[in-house]
Design a protein. Structure first.
Length: 273
């Protein structure tokens, strides 16, 4: 399997055109986090370093071919004094498979507040994903072997009042990653697609669905490292009409809320005919 450094090292083909590698996978289509992460790296390469990414909004348009590299076309939508906007189209075989807008901001001061870290067992007290009896969780450990993934057990989840569906996951890179803060932001864009849509299935464990990410939004709130423990608190407020919405709050171990995520995914019953 490719390392996260290899996945996020896009090749510059032209001033605003980049190419990301294809990676070995057991998935039938390209992992959405890989497309989002590579697209964000492409956008970062067109922005002055004094601006840092604070949000991205992406739409998954077509399944990606896992055997083909992906070309990223960057549009320089706006270069302002405080904010910069980029639009990125991910292309395979002449067709867009993903489109994303990313916004960057210079450092500024303002009001501050945040949610509190959920009360859950620390990751060191939880079993490794690879040791799980759940085949889906064990598969996660094989597919993302560079990442240490620890699922909080159903009985230990810090339940949010009124939440229809919820799960919590600790994760971090098994290896020390480069110190560049931008790299950690792009690595989180990659990993933020991991397990999130699974939160929509926690009340429907015996149901089989055709699932896929449809869109993905991510806000970066505070500095963090992706090679240190992060808690992904995931809820699904609604599912219906063949779609499901999932929300995520990502905390570091010290309790800082470092990112927020919203995703909608396909969640329709498997057709039997």
């Amino acid at each position: 399997m490719a390392t996260i450094e290899e996945i996020l090292e896009v090749e510059r083909l032209e001033k605003n055109i980049f190419r990301g590698i294809a990676t070995e996978t057991t998935l039938p289509r390209t992992f959405g986090g890989q497309v989002a992460g590579q697209a964000l790296v492409a956008a970062v390469h067109t922005v002055d370093p004094k601006f840092t990414v604070h949000s991205l909004h992406g739409y998954f348009l077509r399944p990606g071919n896992t055997t083909m590299p992906i070309v990223y076309l960057v549009d320089r939508i706006r270069d302002g004094r405080s904010f910069v906007t980029r639009r990125v189209s991910a292309v395979q075989d002449g067709q867009a498979i993903f489109t994303m807008s990313a916004s960057f901001q210079v450092s500024e001061d303002g009001i501050e507040h945040q949610d509190v870290l959920p009360v859950v067992p620390p990751p060191d007290n939880l079993p490794l994903a690879r040791d799980s009896d759940d085949p889906e969780i064990a598969w996660l450990a094989r597919e993302w072997s560079d990442w240490d993934i620890r699922m909080v057990g159903d009985g230990d989840v810090d339940r949010r009042r009124g939440a229809a569906a919820q799960q919590q996951v600790w994760f971090r890179s098994r290896r020390t990653l480069p110190d560049d803060p931008v790299f950690h932001v792009c690595a989180l864009a990659y990993m933020s697609d991991m397990t999130l849509i699974g939160s929509t299935m926690t009340p429907h464990k015996e149901v089989q669905i055709n699932g896929a990410s449809l869109d993905h939004a991510l806000w970066f709130l505070r500095p963090f490292r992706a090679d240190e423990w992060l808690l992904y608190d995931q809820t699904s407020p609604s599912a219906g009409f063949g779609r499901a919405v999932a929300q995520g709050r990502i905390f570091d171990r010290a309790g800082n809320l470092v990112a927020a995520v919203v995703q909608e995914g396909l969640a329709r019953f498997l057709r039997t005919e």
